[in-house]
Design a protein around this ligand. Structure first.
Ligand code: AMP
Length: 551
């Protein structure tokens, strides 16, 4: 027997239509790309202009299922193109401008994008890749005619692209499983892989992401997604804010400490989200100028493990609640968040900080488990670490045009209905998950696993350390031993001895790195995470003193 409720497909056009009818005058403020000035609009205007985008796309023969790419920062125009394409059933494909141009070109060709919307700051990238692109018919610069860059490409200003188009357009009306968005994973091994979100997966994920113990935003919030829309859908914020009527602050191209601080204060931001490196920039600026955020209540930090110094600075110095988030592009992206449970509130502050350093627990719609190499379930005792596998309605079940793609273990994407995340984790008796490593970054020493992330987190707290990374280096006796690579703070010169002394007692003795090396800059990948592949390459010919001694 079927239920007798209305059929209301979960398509994302309904999110902006909801904002338009329930919160038409709620503001969307953007730091303009052209001049860095603040520009103000509303959900009603965004909804009208998004429909103009739809009409302009239809005029250019873009149809359902066609891929429409953006190479752009978080702005009002990006939001309009996002909903304009998704609303009509086209697939909005966010490109990551931090990738190498050749990688971007490969991705565009693989996705068969027909149009690229781009910010003028990325004109040089577009010009460089254009000769390599096989399917792109038109380049639309997110600007007006006066600011249109000189170029020989078939290029049009966004304002001209939508000018004269009707603000009425048919949206939705298709199956909720229709493809909606496309985002390629950073691809540290092999070619990048496309994650193809559906309308249903995005709507359900946005609702899951805004549960009270996840982002918990409401109409009184002022939300600033610093995490770019090209980094896994800005972690759902481009859907969450219009869904709940929060004011949106789009930071554009300027993500340095001072620019972020100006927007936090000027726009009275209450909730924001970004990877740890952004927060290190902001915290450095605050300390240097003896400033405090005065309206900020919650900050989501994810994409890589949160350094303890960042957690403590927000929570202890500024009274801002940190929501530690773990996820991945394949999970839309939210997998867990670190909001505390009643049991934690019965514990002291230090125990709570320790709990918040963990990646957290699953919201409704995500299931997770840890398994050993044979796929056997591991205990949830907070000690045993195994491969983290997940499933849910917003988890990828195959990659775009690459159904047979293998994960890092050489398995197909689906393992018994679960997605193998490539992460290694523990789960404690309260259900709190802690990432101990990427499967490929774990250091295998004498048959036992050493967590590179644990050591990095602790080393980050040592005097004079700006960034820390641990990689496994070949060792004749132990297979691999850890090497700690340190990027000192400007002007600081911490010693190897001081850093190793700092680690003493904080990690198991046999986890102690065999050596410490200092570098000017630890290489970061396209989404701001430590690029271990590049680091391993950098230290390819390096020999541990202990290895030389053992030979
Ligand atoms: P991406 O799909 O590029 O966002 O990368 C996802 C990967 O980032 C995950 O599989 C983790 O390895 C890592 N990651 C994301 N969030 C966290 C976190 N809070 N702590 C540790 N690692 C994280």
């Amino acid at each position: 027997m079927l239920g007798l409720m209305q059929n209301w497909p979960l398509t994302v056009d309904r999110i902006l239509d909801h904002a338009n009818s329930a919160f038409p005058n709620r503001e969307v403020a953007t730091r303009a790309i052209e001049d860095g000035q603040l520009k103000r609009t509303t959900y009603a205007q965004i909804a009208a202009r998004a429909r103009q985008v739809t009409n302009a796309l239809r005029e250019r023969s873009i149809a359902m299922g066609d891929r429409v790419a953006t190479l752009a920062w978080n702005t009002d125009r990006h939001l309009e193109a996002w909903y304009g394409a998704m609303g009509m059933g086209a697939v909005l494909h966010t490109l990551n401008p931090r990738l190498f141009p050749e990688q971007i070109a490969w991705i565009v060709n693989h996705a068969e994008d027909k149009i690229i919307f781009f910010d003028v700051t990325f004109t040089a990238i577009v010009e460089k890749i254009a000769p390599l692109l096989k399917t792109v018919q038109l380049y639309v610069a997110f600007t007006d005619r006066a600011n249109l860059p000189q170029s020989s490409l078939p290029m049009i200003a966004y304002e001209d692209f939508i000018a004269g188009q009707s603000t009425e357009a048919r949206w939705g009306g298709f199956d909720e499983n229709t493809a909606c968005g496309l985002c390629y994973t950073s691809g540290t091994t092999g070619d990048p892989k496309g994650v193809l979100y559906s309308h249903r997966s995005n709507v359900l994920h946005a609702m899951a992401a805004n549960q009270t113990d996840v982002f918990g935003c409401g109409a009184r919030d002022v939300v600033m997604p610093i995490v770019p829309m090209f980094h896994a859908n800005a972690w759902a914020i481009a859907f969450v804010a219009p869904m709940c009527g929060a004011k949106l602050v789009m930071p554009g191209a300027k993500l340095d400490g001072q620019s972020v601080y100006e927007l936090l204060e000027g726009e009275k931001v209450t909730f924001t989200a970004a990877v740890p490196t952004v927060w290190q920039g902001l915290l450095g600026f605050l300390r240097e100028h003896n400033l405090k955020p005065t309206t900020l209540k919650r900050v989501a930090i994810g994409g890589s493990a949160i350094p303890e110094t960042v957690l403590r600075a927000f929570e202890e110095d500024y009274g801002v609640e940190v929501i530690h988030a773990w996820g991945m592009t394949e999970m839309s992206p939210i997998g867990t968040t670190g909001k505390l449970l009643p049991d934690h509130y019965a514990q002291d502050h230090e125990a709570q900080i320790k709990a918040k350093m963990k990646q957290g627990r699953v919201p409704f719609t995500v299931e997770m488990k840890i398994v050993d190499d044979e796929g056997k379930l591991m205990p949830h005792d907070g000690k045993a670490f195994g491969r983290l596998q997940v499933r849910g309605p917003s988890v990828a079940r195959a990659y775009f045009k690459n159904a047979g793609a293998k994960n890092e273990r050489g398995e197909c994407l689906e393992t018994c209905g679960f997605f193998d995340t490539g992460d290694v984790a523990t789960i404690d008796p309260l259900g709190i998950m802690q990432i101990t490593d990427r499967a490929k970054d774990v250091i295998k020493s004498g048959g036992e696993w050493i967590s590179s992330i644990d050591i990095e987190n602790i080393a980050m707290g040592a005097e004079g350390v700006a960034n820390a990374a641990v990689i496994g280096v070949a060792h004749p006796k132990w297979d691999e031993r850890p090497l700690l690579v340190i990027q000192p703070k400007p002007g600081a010169s911490p010693s190897k001895e001081a850093i190793l002394k700092f680690l003493e007692g904080k990690i198991a003795k046999w986890w102690t790195p065999d050596d410490v090396q200092f570098v000017d800059a630890i290489p970061l990948g396209a989404t701001g995470k430590i690029n271990k592949l590049a680091l391993r390459e950098q230290f390819r010919d390096y020999k541990l003193p202990s290895a030389q001694a053992a030979e």
